[in-house]
Design a protein around this ligand. Sequence first.
Ligand SMILES: Nc1ncnc2c1ncn2[C@@H]1O[C@H](COP(=O)(O)OP(=O)(O)O)[C@@H](O)[C@H]1O
Ligand SMILES: [Mg+2]
Length: 234
Amino acid sequence: MSNAVITMRNISKIFETEALQTHALNGVDLTINQGDYVSISGPSGSGKSTLLSLLGLLDFPTSGDYFIEGLDVTKLSLDEAAEIRNVKIGFVFQSFNLIDDLTVFDNVALPMRYYDKKPTANQIKQRVNECLAMVGITPRVSHYPNQLSGGQQQRIAIARALIAKPAILLVDEPTGNLDSKSADQVMDVLGELNHQGTTICMVTHDPRYADMAKTKLCLLDGTFLKLPSNKEIA
Ligand SMILES: Nc1ncnc2c1ncn2[C@@H]1O[C@H](COP(=O)(O)OP(=O)(O)O)[C@@H](O)[C@H]1O
Ligand SMILES: [Mg+2]
């Protein structure tokens, strides 16, 4: 049996406005297996965010095939897409997207409050603490986001993304708002999570961080560049 989490075949995305057609993605093929750590880099406008929103079912391709864990997800209703997104996808954004009025604990617990089958208070507490431990934040559960550093906030955002045990973590420029020391810590957390088995697909501008991934992909004008493998360079 294949252990592909993500399979995209010949995916294209065209944005149409009255005056303009933009081919944001042109025939993209992408396979991400369980346990992979993929980085996607490329210049501004090359299609990185478009690809990440298709991967996360926030938008749909114009053509092509897309499967998540073998399930065809190209022809879903918006409700079905939302349901699969909640269960299968963890998002981490450049701007953290934490809720300022909620404590660290409640931010991380938030997705669990929307589960079909309501978890008990104990189940929530256990899972939240587990996820905070995975990102090294445990003693700070009653703090509010603005009492913490940017790096700590991003690690909390990662804990929240992990809460539903997603099939894949989609990470968009995780270090874009961080100083280099905090950025390094966040990248260490992502590396460790992958080491423990979490499948990750990350968009980043920073070549140093792109290199930390096991598979490095580069987009240009909506198409993956064929990069020489390390062996060919050496
Ligand atoms: N909602 C949209 N409507 C029209 N054009 C868009 C939209 N989103 C992205 N684009 C265009 O698609 C191309 C790829 O954009 P994007 O995926 O945001 O690139 P990147 O994230 O690599 O900077 C760009 O030319 C951009 O202007
Ligand atoms: Mg972008």
